[in-house]
Design a protein around this ligand. Structure first.
Ligand code: TYD
Length: 331
């Protein structure tokens, strides 16, 4: 949002958000007064509200990022993922189809998806745009389904779509349920660091701004109907990543070397846990010139600094319902 609003002062950007547990208007305080930005609180399940927003703003483009996105929550409540990720996506596709009414010149529906739709890799190989879908969690199954609907609206109705399937993101303002922000919060508070299973699961990490730049690139220059795999060329086993995080945070917090590592606790594995994700981002690199702009250590350092400077934000989002969620997942 911030990238688009500041980079394109001549675009009017409408931020549609249901403001469920991870939505937080505080995250956009620095841009919310800009004249090219508006906010609409609405749920993509509310077809009347979506219709009204299309009527009022007549968008030329939709960037669809609205989703339930956390695997552990999808294991607890799969239906929420079907509603928002599948039905919500179809509602948005229907609104675009209706309001653009066959006049697709200059229009674009960009769908933001995940590499998790491709399932799990063994020790070798990379996901590409042509990898077969093989989702294992309710979350990835719901995103796979939404991807299929987006392609179906292109193939059936000619809706001008693009899709990005991105690897794991990290960065400031990230709700502390995903690995990196959860562990940063727990390190700050000297709480146990719950590593699932043997800790040798592998993820490919990308700084969130680099993902935003990839979306911008595909929205403007991507081929209609095309999919682009986006990743950081940056694979880490969870345990190595957690140790790096502990080392960087001990330095920044002035703690003894290896102090935070003492908090690593191996816990029961996540059911259906995918062993390894890794993206081959050659297509977006060679066709559109995109590549990550920061190294992992740089991105992690910026991210940790942000959390250390925003402890009130962290305390705010980890009070109330977060405590209940934490108990349910971690006991
Ligand atoms: P996560 O951030 O939930 O992203 P995803 O499941 O979409 O890849 O998890 C990243 C990895 O970290 C994944 O292998 C699960 C693992 N993990 C833990 O070991 N402990 C945790 O508390 C969490 C949240 C994740």
């Amino acid at each position: 949002m911030r990238l688009f609003v500041t980079k394109y002062p001549h675009y009017h950007i409408v931020n549609l958000d249901a403001l469920t547990y991870a939505g937080n208007l505080e995250n956009l305080r620095d841009i919310d007064q800009l004249p090219n930005y508006s906010f609409c609180k609405a749920d993509i399940l509310d077809t009347a509200a979506i219709d009204a927003i299309f009527t009022e703003h007549q968008p030329d483009a939709v960037i669809h990022l609205a989703a339930e996105s956390h695997v552990d929550r999808s294991i607890l409540s799969p239906l929420d993922f079907v509603y928002t990720n599948v039905i919500g996506t179809v509602n948005l596709l229907n609104a675009a189809k209706k309001h653009w009414a066959g006049h697709f010149e200059g229009k674009r529906f960009h769908h933001v998806s995940t590499d998790e739709v491709f399932g799990a890799l063994g020790n070798t190989g990379l996901f590409t745009e042509t990898t077969s879908y093989d989702p294992h969690s309710p979350y990835s199954a719901s995103k796979a389904s939404s991807d299929h609907f987006v392609r179906a609206y292109h193939d059936t109705y000619g809706l001008p779509i693009t899709i990005t399937n991105c690897s794991n993101n990290y960065g400031p303002n990230h709700f502390p349920e995903k690995l990196i922000p959860l562990f940063i919060n727990n390190i700050i508070n000297r709480k146990p660091l719950p590593v699932y299973g043997d800790g040798l699961y592998t993820r490919d990490w990308l700084y969130v701004i680099d993902h935003a730049v990839a979306i911008d690139t595909v929205l403007h220059d991507g081929k209609t109907g095309a999919t682009y795999a986006v990743g950081g060329f940056n694979e880490w086993t969870n345990i190595d990543l957690v140790k790096l995080l502990c080392r960087l945070m001990d330095e920044k917090l002035g703690r003894a070397t290896c102090e935070s590592e003492q908090q690593i606790t191996y816990v029961k594995d996540r059911p259906g846990h995918d062993r390894r994700y890794a993206i081959d981002a050659t297509k977006i690199n060679t066709e559109l010139g995109w590549k990550p702009s920061v190294t992992f250590e740089e991105g992690l350092s910026i991210t940790i600094d942000w959390y250390l400077q925003n402890t009130a934000w962290l305390q705010n989002v980890t009070s109330g319902a977060y405590t209940e969620y934490y108990k349910k997942v971690y006991g």
